[in-house]
Ligand binder design. Structure first.
Ligand code: NAD
Ligand code: MN
Length: 358
């Protein structure tokens, strides 16, 4: 098997910290799994790059990423730069430029972790949130006018297209069908958002007709938040828009123990262009540079990447190493109630991969 060519973009804040930890774990896996190897190429794009060059990535950035098998990403966001510039200049530029329209976010309460819910409720969390990742509320369409005047206006137009809804609905149905319960919850807000979301409902309803074995239920997004907290066991696969799923998945990660664990895959299901794998958290200004960021989200992300690359055995091995460490509960970062730093958590996961310490 040739080496997997991975583009590595640490980005800002704790992004590079958790990504470098992830690369150490991937190297350990390559040493442990016969035939597995990686060819990592690091790109120093992000806010420091912006300060030097006036852009978050070079003009030919997408062209330079195109030939890679996957992109392993950290986070963007800098206290000194406007968030919309940093996000749109790098992360969203890649997601939209490569048409990574399916964003997949698994959540489970990993063994040994507690989470904020009562134990019997927390144990029932085993979800995959499928987020529409190319249009909707984050289409980037809108405008500002009359700056500084009393009549100033700012608009973000939520753009929903039949083709965009249909492809993400099909993708979500496929995910739901691949899981034992074959249960899909479609999140909507068509009571208040009465144009795009009504089209969303209409097209999703058409698509699910092609999946007669699928059990489907519908939730308004506000009611969905309380269902996630009160009846987590009634949920399996979730389909939601770009904005709704963004919010629901931070809630999901917190219910699973910490935002620092949440992992996500930005997928181009056509596989024409590389997909991108990242923890769901941001650059976490408040803890950056302290060496205490939880790297588990970045590791889980790496496991999703391995799965996408067809390395099923390595993906499982990494996930179970993460679970051994959480289950032992001895080496956890502060966000999970422990005292371990990023390096100690990384060393613990590598130790399990290598078969040390039992
Ligand atoms: P955040 O996710 O960076 O942090 C929220 C809270 O969670 C903070 O208290 C932080 O310390 C904690 N946290 C996050 N990840 C953690 C980890 N791995 N270990 C321990 N604690 C962790 O969200 P924010 O503060 O709203 O945003 C900060 C910046 O990140 C902003 O510029 C925002 O735009 C950006 N952002 C980027 C992405 C991305 O690149 N995909 C995602 C979300 C936010
Ligand atoms: Mn988010």
């Amino acid at each position: 098997m040739p080496a997997h060519r991975i583009a590595v973009i640490g980005g800002d804040g704790i992004g590079p910290e958790v990504v470098e930890a992830g690369l150490r774990v991937l190297d350990a896996l390559a040493g442990a799994e016969p035939g597995l190897s990686f060819d990592f190429t690091r790109f120093d794009w992000g806010s420091d790059y912006y300060r030097r060059n006036g852009c978050m990535m070079p003009e030919d950035g997408l062209a330079r990423l195109e030939a890679f098998n996957a992109i392993y990403f950290g986070a963007v966001g800098d206290p000194e730069l406007p968030d919309d510039i940093t996000l749109w200049g790098l992360r969203l530029a890649i997601c939209q430029g490569f048409d990574q329209y399916a964003n997949v976010r698994p959540t489970r309460l990993l063994p040994g972790l507690k989470g904020p819910l009562r134990p019997e409720l927390g144990a029932a969390i085993d979800w995959v949130i499928v987020r529409e990742n190319s249009e909707g509320e984050y289409a980037g369409v809108g405008g500002r006018a009359h700056r500084g005047l009393p009549i100033e206006v700012g608009m973000d137009v939520a753009v929903f297209t039949r083709a965009g809804i249909e492809r993400i609905a099909r993708f979500a149905c496929g995910v739901a069908m691949s899981r034992p319960r074959q249960l899909l919850t479609v999140v909507t807000k068509s009571n208040a958002q009465r144009h795009g979301m009504v089209l969303w409902d209409t097209v999703v309803r058409e698509v699910i007709r092609d999946y007669p074995d699928l059990t489907v239920d519908w939730m308004l997004v506000d009611a969905m938040t309380q269902r996630m907290v009160n009846k987590p066991g009634t949920i399996d696969t979730v389909l939601a828009t770009n904005l709704h799923a963004d919010i629901l998945s931070d809630l999901a990660a917190a219910l699973g123990g910490s935002l620092g664990i949440g992992a996500t895959a930005n997928i181009d299901p056509s596989r024409h262009r590389p997909s991108m794998f990242e923890p769901i958290h941001g650059s976490a200004f408040d803890i950056m540079g302290k060496g205490i960021a939880n790297p588990l989200g970045s590791f889980w992300t790496a496991s999703l990447m391995l799965d996408h690359l067809g390395e099923k055995s390595a993906a499982r091995r990494l996930m179970s190493a993460i679970e051994v460490v959480t289950d032992r509960g001895e080496v956890l970062s502060p966000d999970l109630g422990g005292t371990a730093d990023t390096k100690a958590v990384t060393d613990a996961v590598i130790g399990v991969i290598k078969g040390e310490n039992g």
